[in-house]
Design a protein around this ligand. Structure first.
Ligand SMILES: Cc1cc2nc3c(=O)[nH]c(=O)nc-3n(C[C@H](O)[C@H](O)[C@H](O)COP(=O)(O)OP(=O)(O)OC[C@H]3O[C@@H](n4cnc5c(N)ncnc54)[C@H](O)[C@@H]3O)c2cc1C
Length: 339
């Protein structure tokens, strides 16, 4: 563990002298970090542990996706003082259009029907993560331990003891597993999951384009899977003379994935252009491209003795509606009501 990351006010620990906090959060992903801030902002002393280096977690090469943060989630983030750091990078979604392949008909959702706020916002994950890590230093009661390897988590009537592989340990009242869809804590607790693969993968990238997206999010149901085009804030520098920017989540059936993945950038952009249609004018790739295999997993229960599953550790779903992290944020709201 990099002791340089431990805030000055927190003393070193040893197995013989474990540090006591109220809550241990395992996983400093977007769900874990948001939960840790929510707890800390309520005055609860919390330690968040991740096996990965925070510097790595904040890069686009670790996570090049964007997230659609729903209006309700933005309210939660505002309530715990995180929205200022995140919202500054956010592009509002004012309209959502859902269409079926080449049909001229589409479903149209206008934010004015729901109220005076956008339906949601699109933000790059690396920028959400940067905002979450940047706030750690300002919270005296939030201890970030990363990278750190957990050897054992012992849960009993008396509390939780988390042993790290460097012989340090933490004592807490409860542990929140935010360790993602393949949660080792969930497995160790013997909590069964329902899961299946969708036989689809999503290509993720950003494109620069000629015409404004007009803050419209598009979801097109193509034969191989849903194709989402999500409005982003303009690029800081034009790419091939194009300043407007959108995020793409292009889901395709797995048998087509290798041939699309292996295309060069020109071929990929041409294929992408056919999915987009011509309404954005010229387009160009504005980021590397990533491929995410898609699956669903749902824990049969979310709690065990002194343990709660939060975020993808509890439920990981298809990105079609951009609800995965939003559900994790709703987990936090539900937990807050239990406090
Ligand atoms: C293509 C795509 C697009 C998406 N778009 C959206 C969207 O628009 N809106 C939305 O709401 N959701 C979206 N999602 C879903 C969203 O990205 C996930 O729900 C969210 O990232 C899950 O966050 P998490 O913190 O629960 O898990 P993760 O991001 O998986 O984080 C888990 C963390 O736990 C750590 N960890 C794991 N095991 C251990 C261990 N033993 N010890 C210590 N640390 C450990 C890992 O290092 C990691 O940092 C999308 C998903 C995909 C695939």
């Amino acid at each position: 563990m990099d002791m340089g990351r431990v805030p000055r006010n927190l003393s070193p620990m040893s197995k013989a002298n474990p540090r006591t906090v109220e809550v241990v959060v395992v996983g400093a992903g977007m769900a874990g970090m948001t939960l840790a801030h929510a707890l800390a902002s309520a005055g609860i002393e919390v330690a968040v542990i991740d096996r990965a280096d925070p510097d790595t977690l904040q890069t686009a090469s670790h996570d090049g996706r964007t997230t659609a943060i729903a209006a309700g989630s933005a309210s939660v983030l505002r309530g715990i003082g995180l929205w200022d750091g995140i919202g500054v990078h956010a592009c509002p979604i004012e309209t959502i259009r859902v269409s079926d392949n080449d049909s001229l008909m589409f479903l149209h959702f206008d934010h004015r029907e729901a109220g005076d706020v956008p339906l949601g916002h699109i933000i790059e994950n690396r920028l959400i993560r940067q905002a979450l890590f940047a706030r750690v230093a300002s919270r005296d009661n939030l201890l970030l331990m990363a990278p750190a390897v957990i050897n054992d988590i012992e849960r009993s009537d008396h509390g939780v003891v988390v042993q790290l592989d460097n012989r340090e340990s933490l004592r807490a009242r409860v542990v929140f597993a935010c360790d993602g869809r393949n949660s080792g804590i969930r497995r160790a607790a013997g909590i069964p999951v329902t899961e299946w693969r969708y036989d689809q993968s999503s290509f993720v990238c950003a494109i620069a384009h000629e015409h404004s997206h007009q803050n419209i999010a598009h979801e097109r149901f193509l034969p191989g899977g849903p194709f989402a085009l999500l409005p982003m804030i303009d690029l800081p520098e034009p790419v091939k003379g194009l300043l407007h920017q959108s995020s793409v989540v292009w889901s395709e059936s797995n048998d087509l994935v290798p041939s699309i993945r292996d295309m060069d950038d020109a071929g990929f952009t041409e294929a992408l252009g056919r999915c987009v249609g011509g309404f954005l004018g010229d387009i160009a790739l504005a980021s590397p491209r990533w491929v995410h295999p898609l699956g669903l997993s749902h824990a049969m229960r979310y709690t065990d003795q002194r343990l709660a599953l939060v975020g993808d550790a509890a439920h990981a779903i298809h990105p079609i509606a951009g609800q995965g992290l939003n559900m994790g944020i709703r987990d936090m709201a539900a937990l807050a009501e239990c406090h």
